[in-house]
Ligand binder design. Sequence first.
Ligand code: NAD
Ligand code: GLY
Length: 365
Amino acid sequence: MPVAATVAVATPSRRYDILIGTRLLAAADTWRGLPRAAHAVVVSNPAVHVLYGSALEAALANHYGQVSRVLLPDGERYKDWPALQTIFDHLLGTGCDRKTVLFALGGGVVGDMTGFAAATYMRGVPYVQVPTTLLAQVDSSVGGKTAINHALGKNMIGAFYQPERVVVDLDTLATLPRRELAAGLAEVIKYGPIADAGFLDWIEAHLEHLLARDAAALAHAVRRSCEIKAEVVGADERESGQRAILNFGHTFGHAIEAGLGYGAWLHGEAVGCGMVLAARLSAALGLADAAFAARLERVVARAGLPVRPPAMPVARWLELMRLDKKAEAGEIQFVLVERPGEAFVRAAPDALVGRVIAAAAARTP
Ligand code: NAD
Ligand code: GLY
């Protein structure tokens, strides 16, 4: 097989394909046509590498004279400078040159870090995204945002740098822990409110199939999510405007992640709760009706994601959100939704934001 679908991404800096299918990792054909090099480096973590590393490395050996690997510690709390440094240590220690191709095998943490290493090693080497979490397959592997975290803020140090190709092997989702599947569904759900009302209807109708890992449902969800992301990124690669809508729920979500300590809540969990807060804020501003926020809360909860914000003083929320990359001159910006499929970015008064958070925290489940 089997490439079931190919989604093209066309940005000013690079055009590339997202290959979506099954049995892709081990197929030599999957890796044909990539930049030629003497050396390929697989970047992964021990948990993912033990499952899929050998198949990928064997397939890459058909195209590259030398295939080596570097394994990063697993987890969001290691999306940092010391872990990044281990990639550079390996690249320099094994004599990698400017043509060396990096392969990011793993979830969004591995993908974001490999992308950042590729963007900066010898001022830029090619890399390929091989996402193995639902979240990475529908979002983080596409679009060229690469970054590491800082103790003060999420994804604060990074670069825009597009991959050569994205290879989504849906078979890898079979081993994904249930909690991680739910986290990925948060980013799938996101595409409905921001871009496609019909897709939100479809998600609501097929959520049980997605949670049961029905192959056809997952394939459709990944494909439609990638199509939407490709369109948005193609129109605004470096987030000078419209791309910001992809951050629906993220202003609140990043505050949860940084405020509780990276890894306490999964990124997708923080985004799920953040989307509910953003919808409630949209309603509080009179932009959307309360029924939309209630609807979104229901689907996020059905996905198995938290909908009540964690206990944090409102002043702390605001302090963290002022560090968000969308903030301008200290004014926090939120992605708000007027009706499903229509999103935009706007500031909101601190007092109102505080009331929305406090009301959501006080709600009984
Ligand atoms: P992750 O990379 O931490 O992976 C989640 C867990 O699943 C890890 O423990 C990993 O080892 C394990 N895992 C991965 N694939 C597996 C598989 N097939 N089977 C079993 N276990 C597997 O988390 P994530 O949710 O994939 O990514 C979150 C990160 O992505 C965050 O850092 C977030 O900021 C980033 N992100 C980036 C973008 C972007 O545009 N660059 C977009 C969204 C999110
Ligand atoms: N995940 C947000 C973006 O890629 O812009």
